[in-house]
Design a protein around this ligand. Structure first.
Ligand SMILES: [Mn+2]
Length: 358
């Protein structure tokens, strides 16, 4: 049978991609959107719409974040989705270097419109998957330099980054790239405070990223709120540092006592109107929802609460975000990655709404 080639063609302005058939015949009408070989042609004025799952089934084509188009970093982008496959900064179980691949795969399920806020991020903004930051699997500091350079490219192009790690060292080089001009507020979900000074003689790892970021003037501690802190601890060093610099810390016991709505009010008041960054260490969520992580701690935030909190952030001045510590080898069922894909969508909604406030 004569092979038919289909072209998913950019339509000139931001709009729905159009399928153009270059040869006729062969396939029945009901599968006219499919092909064994679909090519995306990007013109100078092309569309950044994700694949339409009503045309190209969501299990088809190589995975990208939320089925976004793959595109190099460009000044035409509002939000750049990126992976950071790096986990040489972990102190316990490794595996988060595989996080971006697993979340890309799971994010095939993500659809277009937020059911609560009705934000449709791909309608508001040009969003594309710009691929993975380069890393070295054996070198921490060198990898940080490579990651920083990659995100500096995104920042210099005028786009806001939304990434999937990688261990929780990853926000440090991202913040070094995007918070050079002014310190950002920080919404930080985590079982651990990540404010140790050092671990076994190393200063750059997933337990120290936030302390380094404050020391380097990248994060404003007065506009920083941490939630989900719990689990057994080494001592008071990390919490003492947070108190010393004036962060707002909400341990899990306090979160439960104050309740979700009061926490949302507190978070909005701490973060204020200035630009802020969102970082979710997936171990901040309860391991029953997100078991795929390197340092699990029982008794965490539910996926449902996290959804509601992020939806309540609509209107927040969020200019970047990440989800880190997503470790595929520790979740053979894969529910972690479905949840993380949904958190990525929620963050994309907050950022897209902020980018297009008018
Ligand atoms: Mn962390």
């Amino acid at each position: 049978m004569k092979r038919r080639r289909h072209y998913l063609m950019a339509t000139g302005t931001i709009g729905k991609p159009r399928l153009i058939f270059t040869t006729a015949g062969g396939l029945p009408e009901w599968c006219s959107g499919q092909s064994s070989r679909t090519e995306i042609i990007m013109s100078g004025e092309g569309s950044f719409k994700p694949f339409d799952s009503g045309t190209v089934p969501r299990y088809q084509e190589p995975a990208s974040f939320m089925r976004a188009q793959r595109h190099p970093v460009s000044s035409r982008l509002d939000i750049a989705l990126a992976g950071v496959p790096f986990d040489t900064g972990v102190t316990f179980r490794s595996g988060a270097r595989h996080g971006p691949a697993a979340v890309r795969e799971a994010s095939r399920l993500i659809r277009a419109v937020n059911p609560t806020t009705r934000v449709a991020p791909f309608d508001l903004c040009n969003i594309a998957d710009v691929g993975d930051a380069p890393t070295h699997p054996l070198k921490v500091e060198e990898s940080c330099d490579m990651i920083q350079a990659f995100f500096a490219g995104i920042h210099d192009a005028g786009a806001w980054p939304l990434s999937i790690g990688g261990d929780h060292t990853v926000p440090l080089p991202i913040l070094r790239a995007i918070a050079r001009d002014e310190p950002l507020g920080l919404f930080h979900v985590d079982a651990h405070a990540d404010t140790f000074d050092s671990f076994m003689g190393t200063k750059i790892n997933h337990a120290t990223f936030l302390r380094r970021a404050v020391e380097e003037g990248l994060i404003d501690p007065a506009r920083t709120i941490q939630v989900g802190l719990r689990g057994t601890r080494y001592g008071d060093d990390d919490i003492d540092y947070g108190n010393e610099v004036g962060m707002t810390m909400v341990p899990m016991d306090e979160y439960e006592a104050m309740g979700r709505e009061s926490f949302i009010d507190l978070a909005r008041s701490v973060l204020g109107d200035g630009p802020c960054y969102l970082t979710i260490d997936i171990d901040g969520l309860d391991p029953r929802d997100c078991p795929g992580t390197g340092v699990p701690e029982p008794g965490g935030i539910s996926m449902r609460d996290m959804q509601v909190i992020l939806r309540s952030f609509t209107g927040l001045n969020a200019v970047g975000g990440d989800v880190c510590e997503v470790s595929p080898p520790h979740d053979p069922i894969g529910i972690t990655f479905v949840n993380v894909a949904n958190l990525m969508f929620e963050m994309a909604c907050v950022m897209a709404r902020n980018r297009k406030r008018s």
